[in-house]
Design a protein around this ligand. Structure first.
Ligand SMILES: [Zn+2]
Length: 184
């Protein structure tokens, strides 16, 4: 089971590395690791289990955040009623295209690897077309928009050594392009 003390925090160089692509078939060890990352998200979104194990709630977790510099990330994105908007594990994801129009979360972003609150809008593409592989090696091409696209962008950023606050405008953290969608 992945616990908070397994999560690498900002300042660790692994979070700034470009993660290595995986080759198929994945090893049993890598599949197990992928499923453990997803299990962390499931548990962290269950208030009772989260409290018992002191898990901070997360909607995405990338392998470098658990200290492994490989191209793998779990996403479990619920809406505000608890319905699942997107759930899968990305292996070797690649953004094929993105909208020019940006979106951001009204409350900014957080990250399991960043302990302090960093205020400011985090503009990201509102729409993404992504190709990735499942842990069984099936190729998928998907289109995401709004909140699930933001989560996917955040996780793929981790695989490229970027953290969410890199995208905040340093001088004017709450200034946005005119047509940016603010999601609340
Ligand atoms: Zn993060």
């Amino acid at each position: 089971m992945i616990l908070m003390h397994d999560i690498v925090r900002d300042g660790d160089p692994v979070l700034r590395q470009v993660a290595k692509p995986l080759t198929f078939p994945l090893s049993d060890e890598d599949k197990k690791f992928a499923n453990e990352m997803m299990q962390y998200l499931i548990d962290s979104q269950d208030p009772k289990i989260a409290q018992k194990h002191q898990l901070r709630a997360g909607v995405g977790l990338a392998a470098p955040q658990v200290g492994r510099s490989i191209q793998m990330a779990a996403l479990l994105v619920p809406d505000d009623k608890g319905n699942i908007l997107f759930k899968d594990i990305f292996v070797n994801p690649k953004i094929l295209s993105e909208s020019v129009r940006k979106a951001c979360l009204a409350e900014g972003e957080g990250c399991l690897s960043v302990d302090k609150d960093i205020e400011g809008y985090v503009p990201r593409p509102d729409k993404l077309k992504i190709r990735y592989y499942t842990i069984d090696g099936e190729e998928k091409t998907i289109r995401l928009k709004d909140y699930p696209a933001i989560v996917a962008s955040h996780e793929i950023d981790h695989l490229n050594g970027h953290l969410f606050y890199d995208r905040i405008n340093k001088e004017n953290p709450f200034t946005l392009a005119e047509d940016t969608i603010v999601i609340s």
